[in-house]
Design a protein around this ligand. Sequence first.
Ligand code: UDP
Ligand code: MG
Length: 319
Amino acid sequence: MKKRISIIVPCYNEHEVINIYHEEVIKFLNDDKYDFKIIFVNDGSKDNSLEIMKDLAQKDNRILYVSFSRNFGKEAAMYAGLEAAKKINSDAAFIMDVDLQDPPYLIPKMLEEYENGYSLVYAKQKNRNGAKKSTTLFALAFYKIYSFFTGDKELSGGARDYSLLDRKVIDAFLSIKDHKRFTKGIYHYVGFNKKCIEFEYEKRVAGDTKWGFRKLLKYAFLGISEFSEFYLIIPKLVGFILFILLGVDVGFQIYNAVSANSFAAFNWSGIRIDFIALLIDIVLFYLFKLLYDVRNQSRHRPIYIEDESNIESVNNEAE
Ligand code: UDP
Ligand code: MG
């Protein structure tokens, strides 16, 4: 029996590109080898994207769609797509953009790596030649800051959501129920053996990007804050400054007392304030920590994710 491979395609107001995408992507689907399904996720489009998907589904029985009641964002669309892929028993699933910035010509190569045993194959742009300069700079800065705070060294400039997930990764991804989602962070979090494939930057084939600068900034910050304890930087920085102040104050008062040759010249009041402020800051630090513990527990992320085991092979009856 052929393996079932689903291709999940989130779409938001994409009437200009859905047909172009379909025409292009099917050139790279080897139906003799795999049972392909293309799952369009209509993320609350206000144009006629859904009608276009329905028309395509009439003509091509590989096409399925899931349509949202309103715009929930690309992250929700990817989650819904993977849930659908699981429902129809897919062996693996691609996630790709509809605007052809995720080149379909990589599909056979990514499948090859999947067959070689990689659980997660993801694509990355080699460079961003041709992309907007400001977005490129923003992306570069983001990945540096992101890896500084989260410790994730895998994610680097040019990484996209374009990926192929085997069944184990689909299950692991769906087991992460975070409401504020950042797929690239989840990929790192779930682990598994990964393969990165690089490609040349591609421009959007038609239509406009759905990400304004503010939306992008918010998303970037969400990625950092969801996969690190970002806010601890505040009590840490304040604590550092207070510590220096305390040192300078103590030094200054010692200098005063020594030059006056009298202990009475030593003024405690400023030092006391620095010290109390430092104590309050330490308390704040632990309060922040506690809040992070509460957040981590309430997200119900799995305690571990299994890759393989031979536990199932044991007969339950004792010998
Ligand atoms: N998208 C979506 N929901 C949104 C925004 C975008 O499903 O709220 C889809 C969009 O239709 C496209 C993909 O996500 O298939 C990437 O969007 P876009 O090309 O606008 O992003 P960019 O390439 O500029 O980062
Ligand atoms: Mg795009």
